[in-house]
Design a protein around this ligand. Structure first.
Ligand code: UDP
Length: 380
């Protein structure tokens, strides 16, 4: 079978990498090609390099001043020659980006089957997060096969009338990526990790912060920064904050936090040093989706700076606490976690609702059970 994996942003690349690697390892059975749209150019390229992947097609779609309409139409247009050239049996898309929805639509128009990885996440508010919630809904309509990370996600799809037989609950490939990533950083030196070790004292408790979501731009980030300023009064802790390049994030963060000796404002980190930072952190404060899934696998408590999440499983499991952008909640929860050792340690005992790191295998097995025969034999 001919398989096309199409993606364009950093989180998609991270979460599709383990699948790409497994398809590549099964090259006696599959012909796999990768198409990138380049929606997050630099961050995407870093991930490709880290996982040793190369794109067979690179649409490089970003243009200055582009909006969602022009981006979507460009991806749809540019996908056509790719699909006509390769004629894939399945096009794999991921999650909720403009890339995934536009590629799914182009595939549908060209008569190709679509497999949707990380399907079924919902906030049930069509405007939040924007445009991701709508992107997810539309991709589900277009897809022929749906790989739901959890039973909650699968139930969402069934409630929308999607045929049970086309859904498989697999766990999230982000955990596969994390395991692979940690193995890679164990096995080879990293200049990025070495640089962090040189500049920051990791014997102190580390609070790792990331934030970029559109809905937090403006007052949200101002509150978050005020909370971090207050937390930094505790001189025992180091706050490490890889600051997203978006000017709506950069401006308040540098204005509020650049003069504090125990707050380290660093550039967005390559995946390798970011997962290392997560593994070193005592507490993670974030509005990222992927980090909510990764942190429980590392046994770390996460404060999520959002009002709602499409990842309720982690909240139910107790590893994720929704704090919104409320300064008091962020400060009080952090304080409690720093001072209550038993509470903090309890997070390492919670099992990860996003799976065991074998999601990619389950995905391929569902569609092509025969393909993994030789792989299974090798493992035995
Ligand atoms: N990440 C990274 N470097 C950073 C911050 C995050 O490599 O400085 C990784 C993180 O491990 C996770 C992914 O990027 O896998 C999350 O991406 P993002 O927060 O941009 O998107 P979301 O998950 O919210 O869609």
């Amino acid at each position: 079978p001919k398989i096309l994996l199409a993606f364009g942003t950093r989180p998609e690349a991270i979460k599709m990498a383990p699948l790409a690697i497994l398809f590549r390892n099964l090259n006696e059975y599959f012909e796999m090609r990768i198409c990138v749209t380049g929606q997050h150019r630099e961050m995407l390229d870093q991930i490709m390099e880290f996982f040793d992947l190369t794109a067979d097609y690179d649409l490089n779609v970003m243009r200055p001043g582009q909006n969602l309409c022009s981006l979507t139409s460009k991806i749809i247009n540019d996908m056509r020659p790719v699909l006509e050239d390769f004629k894939p049996d399945y096009v794999f898309v991921h999650g909720d980006t403009t890339t995934s929805t536009a590629v799914a639509l182009a595939s549908f128009y060209n008569g190709c089957k679509v497999a949707h990885v990380e399907a079924g996440l919902r906030t049930f508010d069509k405007w939040a997060p924007f445009p991701e919630e709508m992107n997810r809904n539309l991709t589900s309509k277009l897809a022929d096969v749906h790989f739901a990370p959890t039973t909650t996600a699968s139930a969402n799809l069934i409630n929308e009338g999607i045929d049970n037989k086309s859904i498989s609950v697999t766990g999230n490939t982000v955990i596969d990526a994390l395991h692979l990533g940690l193995e890679i950083i164990e096995s080879r030196p990293s200049e990025y990790i070495d640089k962090l070790k040189e500049t920051i004292d990791f014997s102190r408790p580390i609070i790792l912060v990331t934030g970029h979501r559109r809905e937090n731009h403006g007052d949200g980030f101002i509150n978050i920064c005020a909370a971090l300023r207050e937390i930094s009064l505790n001189e025992e802790v180091n706050i490490i904050y890889p600051v997203h390049l978006n000017p709506n994030v950069q401006k308040p963060v540098f204005e509020f936090l650049s003069d504090l000796p125990n707050v380290f404002l660093i550039p967005p980190q390559p995946y390798e040093s970011f997962i290392w930072l997560m593994s070193m952190a005592t507490i993670i404060i974030t509005d990222s989706g992927g980090v909510q899934e990764e942190a429980p696998a590392l046994g770390k408590p996460v404060l999520v700076m959002r009002e709602s999440t499409e990842r309720p499983e982690a909240v139910q499991a107790g590893t994720v606490m929704l704090v919104g952008t409320d300064q008091r909640k962020i400060v009080d929860f952090t304080h409690q976690l720093l001072h209550d050792n038993a509470l903090r340690l309890s997070y390492s005992g919670i099992s990860n609702p996003y799976g065991d790191g074998h999601a990619s295998e389950k995905i391929i097995r569902f569609l092509f059970p025969e393909a993994l025969k030789s792989y299974d034999e090798k493992k035995l």
